[in-house]
Design a protein around this ligand. Structure first.
Ligand code: COA
Ligand code: ZN
Length: 315
């Protein structure tokens, strides 16, 4: 495999994950999780979202969370916004980067943000203006890039048109999101082969969900195409409340473990990350899908059963 020497992880668990938790997570615990994630050396954290509190009541405390976190130099703190109202709130709350959302599928965009794609793009024009006036880079995520749970296939031309509009608004990065885990590695390579050369200078991110156990294979396919920005969620928390069948993102510690095992640098302290994942399990009150928390790292060794050592033939 031809893989890059480093990967840049953006932790999205406190947004993509906490947004769908059935019980409201108290603000001080959200702050604690963000601070623990910062302490692992995490380079990017999507802290929360500035959306309608009626649409996503779980994140109604976005301002308080942003105000309470410790800002570690070296970590960039962002939030997701669907419109200019959200961008104004995010800028006032002091985010470093603005993350926007629109879907490549009309049905999912209507279900998610109650707008057609064209209406969303108009709101995102206004959003970009707010961000640029405040000097904040915009990273634009595109939901259902690789398929929609309502419509199925999303034509590449449709995806390309959305990217073109977002790039035209001055987006620094484009996040290709597999919202309900429909992508496969061959498809990820095909889509990237198509779009990457058409939009030079764009920072690409792959946002995966592990709904069908293809998240890490998809990430490796994207990395082989040169994509190094990867969204992931602590413990594998996550899911879109407005996409049926959506489940957690790729698990951050499992992904960091995989990259580290292959010698790919992330700048993240894996042991601290695993401790953070255990703490998040305590907070949400259930086991999360991550595997490394259960299995331990690949370097884990077990004591030999009695009587085996003496029988190992000398070499
Ligand atoms: N932050 C806070 N409140 C917001 C807001 C924002 N970014 N955008 C709109 N609102 C408020 C409006 O002020 C209005 O409030 P009011 O009822 O007190 O007057 C209300 O929400 C409805 O506004 P409207 O523009 O008519 O929006 P809508 O009801 O059609 O909802 C969205 C559109 C985009 C605001 C809403 O669907 C949303 O926030 N979706 C978030 C989806 C999400 O986070 N999905 C998961 C992540 S991909
Ligand atoms: Zn997601």
């Amino acid at each position: 495999m031809k893989l890059p020497s480093h990967g840049t992880i953006c932790e999205v668990g406190t947004r993509d994950g906490f947004q769908i938790e059935p019980d409201f997570i108290p603000t001080d615990l959200k702050i604690e999780v963000v601070d623990r994630l910062s302490d692992t050396g995490m380079p990017r954290i999507e802290v929360t979202s500035f959306v309608s509190p009626k649409a996503v009541p779980a994140l109604r405390d976005a301002e308080a969370v942003m105000a309470g976190i410790k800002r570690r130099p070296g970590t960039r703190y962002s939030a997701l916004v669907p419109n200019d109202k959200g961008a104004v709130r995010a800028v006032d709350a002091g985010v470093d980067d603005i993350h926007t959302v629109v879907s490549a599928s009309e049905s999912h965009n209507l279900a998610n943000v109650n707008m057609t794609i064209a209406e969303s793009l108009a709101k995102l024009e206004a959003t970009a203006q707010v961000a640029h006036r405040a000097g904040k880079p915009v990273y634009s995520g595109i939901s259902c890039t690789f398929g929609c749970p309502f419509e199925g296939d999303v034509p590449l031309t449709q995806l390309e048109q959305v990217i073109e509009r977002l790039v035209g608004m001055g987006a620094r990065g484009i996040g290709l999101a597999d919202t309900t885990g429909m992508a496969n590695p061959a498809q990820v390579a095909r889509v990237l082969e198509h779009v990457v050369p058409r939009f030079p200078g764009v920072e690409w991110t792959l946002h995966t969900h592990d709904t069908r156990a293809m998240a890490i294979p998809n990430i490796l396919a994207a990395m082989e195409m040169g994509v190094t920005n990867l969204d992931a969620s602590i413990g594998g928390l996550g899911g879109c409340p407005f996409a049926p069948g959506a489940s957690g993102n790729v698990c951050t510690e499992d992904l960091v473990h995989c990259l580290q095992a292959m010698g790919i640098e992330t700048g993240i302290d894996l042991d601290r990350l695993i401790e953070t994942s255990k703490r998040v399990q305590d907070i949400v009150g259930r086991a999360l899908p991550g595997q490394i928390v259960k299995a331990g790292k690949w370097t884990r060794r077990y004591p030999l059963p009695d009587g085996v050592r003496e029988r190992i033939p000398a070499r």
